[in-house]
Design a protein around this ligand. Structure first.
Ligand SMILES: NC(=O)c1ccc[n+]([C@@H]2O[C@H](COP(=O)([O-])OP(=O)(O)OC[C@H]3O[C@@H](n4cnc5c(N)ncnc54)[C@H](OP(=O)(O)O)[C@@H]3O)[C@@H](O)[C@H]2O)c1
Length: 517
């Protein structure tokens, strides 16, 4: 497909978007439960460093990491100083880092035990006084989901979540928010027994991505596209989150989870709801989250027969990606050799409302696909009448609007154009907006905006309890049927576009997936 070159005179904004976030967050202390873990070193500390470098952290700020590992303030700081060298997203400025790391503390303790919370309370008193951070706190649950209810419960029992005038206490909860509808409801009950909904920030780091946030700007800040954004003009929508990697060393977690639980109720449904939602009355958190909830409510729960017809699962067999041999999923570390866990899933959903009646949304995600690629394709209906009938012009493609989320970040509009020459010949061409060309390379992890938003009390990009439960409600019938009926795995080769049944799902509707390679 031809591609228009970016115009030579386009604006080159070198400033990072994150720097446009305006003023520093208010004074507070960040407590990371799971401070010695992978998420903290790989994403949280680098994000907080980026916020510091962008001048968005308050002067009066401190961090306390809590975990069982045998560390103290000095060794914790020394470890983070080593780790930031590998995980920072841009060159680390020594002055900024030293200023930040000198405000980081470590508390050794077990989340299961009340004395840890009593010790934390004392430590917080000291640190808050020393850094004059006030009493506002952000508790980050950077640990396995099985600990979330316990940590919340003990925080409550230790009287550490009460808010007062100018003193906020907020909690960031990492996904997964449950493993099915029942556990999601139970997690919400446990959190809400101790916290108000407005204190709970359920994070999906996908929403920290500029291109995901841009879906709303693209739709609602431009007058051009919204009139076409409905069943009158849209034929169908495809949402793809493809990974080229296999299960790697996450077998322990992934074999219990699978592609459906791991990706659909969070990442894919975020993309779906942002694509399908009605314009909110404002960009206040509850207005946006309310509209997203309505989309999920409009998806009717699938019957068993509909699951069999509309959902496809797959597991990869050995194969090769870019010349590299990939072993079969069942032969991966910490995976059951007879595992029936899906590493691929595709589904067709109908959003039963006025705007989308009759427009299928096809979703797919999987591992060991040919390329890492997340994108939303809005495929428009064909032109109502072919003026070129009788001419040898080839089949006319439908117009497509492609929102590229990752790794490319941008928006492409695909349409037909005449090939120069005396004969009427058509070709598909593409008009492309590439984020990096206009705004420079982003050096953020995706967590910066979200952590900053939580500090300033903006919950727009976080899931509300009902958003999470409504997502599980859609997924639950599929999970249940897949548990009852045994699959015939493996059924796709690593490096292919996925199982044949996924192609048949669209072929039955006279449609085809956009190729991933
Ligand atoms: N890693 C990522 O890239 C990533 C990305 C997105 C989301 N997440 C989510 O983030 C959460 C954390 O993941 P992770 O990869 O960082 O896990 P991890 O490396 O296993 O870290 C868990 C942390 O919790 C501590 N911990 C565990 N049990 C404890 C207990 N009973 N008492 C005190 N400390 C305890 C561990 O340290 P000790 O063993 O020393 O106590 C460690 O610091 C998970 O919910 C995960 O799904 C992770």
């Amino acid at each position: 497909m031809n591609q228009l070159a970016p115009p030579a005179c386009q604006p080159q904004a070198t400033k990072q978007v994150i720097q446009n976030l305006s003023k520093p967050a208010p004074p507070c202390t960040l407590v990371i439960f799971g401070g010695a873990g992978d998420l903290t070193k790989r994403l949280l500390i680098p994000s907080i460093y980026n916020l510091a470098a962008a001048g968005l952290l308050p002067e009066n700020f401190a961090i306390i990491g809590v975990a069982r590992a045998d560390k103290n303030d000095e060794s914790f700081r020394a470890d983070l100083t080593e780790e930031i060298k590998s995980f920072a997203t841009a060159k680390v400025d020594d002055d900024i880092w030293q200023n930040l790391v000198s405000r980081i503390y470590y508390l050794r303790g077990n989340f299961d035990e009340r004395p840890t919370f009593d010790a934390l309370k004392l430590r917080l008193d000291e640190v808050e006084q020393k850094h004059n951070t006030g009493k506002s706190r952000l508790y980050y649950f950077a640990t396995g989901a099985e600990y979330f209810p316990k940590i919340a419960d003990l925080l409550g029992k230790a009287d550490m979540v009460k808010q007062e005038q100018d003193v906020w206490r907020r909690v960031i909860v990492e996904k997964p928010f449950g493993t099915d509808l029942e556990s999601a409801e139970s997690l919400n009950r446990a959190l809400l027994a101790v916290l108000e909904e407005n204190q709970i920030y359920r994070i999906d780091h996908y929403l920290g991505k500029e291109t995901v946030q841009n879906i709303l700007v693209f739709r609602f800040a431009n007058g051009l596209f919204e009139p076409l954004w409905n069943n009158k003009y849209v034929d169908h929508v495809q949402i793809t989150v493809a990974e080229s990697v296999g299960v790697e060393n996450r077998g322990n977690y992934y074999d219990k989870s699978g592609a459906l639980r791991d990706m659909v109720p969070n990442h894919l449904f975020q993309l779906l709801t942002m694509t399908a939602m009605e314009p909110p009355s404002s960009f206040q958190a509850d207005a946006v989250r309310g509209e997203k909830a309505k989309v999920l409510e409009a998806i009717h729960p699938l019957t068993d027969d509909e699951v069999r017809m509309q959902a496809v699962r797959g597991q990869y067999d050995k194969g090769a990606i870019k010349g590299k041999e990939i072993p079969e999923y069942r032969n991966s570390p910490k995976v059951n050799p007879e595992s029936n866990t899906e590493t691929y899933m595709a589904m067709k959903l109908m959003v039963d409302n006025w705007r989308w009646a009759g427009v299928p949304f096809y979703l797919r995600t999987g591992k060991c696909l040919p390329k890492k690629r997340s994108e939303i394709v809005i495929q428009f209906k064909k032109a109502p009448f072919s003026l070129f009938r009788g001419e040898d012009v080839g089949a006319l493609e439908s117009n497509k609007l492609v929102l590229h989320i990752q790794p490319e970040e941008g928006i492409a509009l695909e349409f037909g154009a005449k090939i120069p020459g005396p004969k009427v010949m058509l070709s598909g061409v593409q008009m492309l907006f590439n984020y990096h060309d206009y705004f420079g390379q982003s050096s953020s992890t995706g967590y910066e905006t979200l952590i900053y938003d939580c500090m300033i009390g903006d919950a727009t990009l976080f899931q509300r309890a009902d958003n999470s439960e409504l997502g599980w409600k859609v997924v639950d019938p599929i999970l249940k049927l897949w548990q009852r009926e045994k699959p015939n795995f493996p059924n796709y080769t690593a490096g292919s576009n996925g199982p044949a049944a996924a192609d048949e799902l669209l072929a039955r509707d006279g449609r085809a997936w956009r190729a991933i390679d």
